[in-house]
Design a protein around this ligand. Structure first.
Ligand SMILES: [Zn+2]
Length: 167
């Protein structure tokens, strides 16, 4: 799914100014309902990229073949993890009553998550999504444990839950 962040379409655009009146951006985004956003694992803001940036980026970024390899490894880890769990083959399918057991975090992680939940006013459903996505990020990194950096990345992917958009 994709959406503009405001009616004029230029909110957070690098070169053009958003012409929407104060409060409009917030109201526009609040039309996307919370329960709907809760069901989307990852929110990412994509800003327009110039042609020069695009070509420069191509040289330095990880190529698709390498990313594919990491995804395959993460998939394999998850297949093993859920070998005895009928109907589950990846982290996204994990039912909420098993999230704590599978997505174990240490005390530093718990503190970070608690702060994020309060600051960003996240729902219980968003909480589970963050834990599951952080488990996947850890799998992609080949890490047995969910580290604070994995959790922080997963929290970052909940950007549309934030209530201060366009404030
Ligand atoms: Zn606008």
């Amino acid at each position: 799914m994709a959406t503009h962040l405001c009616p004029c379409g230029y909110y957070n655009h690098p070169d053009r100014d958003c012409v929407c009146a104060p409060g409009v951006v917030n109201r526009y985004l609040s039309k996307i309902s919370g329960p709907l956003l809760d069901r989307i694992d990852i929110h990412i803001e994509v800003t327009p990229v110039s042609f020069d940036e695009l070509t420069a980026r191509k040289r330095s970024s990880e190529n698709s073949a390498d990313v594919r390899k990491r995804v395959m490894v993460a998939r394999e880890i998850q297949q093993k993890r859920y070998a005895d769990s009928e109907g589950i083959y990846c982290n996204a399918q994990l039912p909420s009553n098993r999230v704590q057991e599978v997505c174990e975090i240490d005390s530093a992680g718990a503190t970070l998550l608690k702060t994020a939940m309060q600051r960003l006013n996240l729902s219980a459903r968003a909480y589970d999504r963050i834990l599951k996505v952080s488990r996947t990020i850890a799998d992609m990194a080949g890490s047995e444990n969910i580290k604070v950096e994995h959790l922080a990345e997963a929290i970052h992917y909940r950007s549309l839950d934030r209530e201060n958009w366009g404030g």
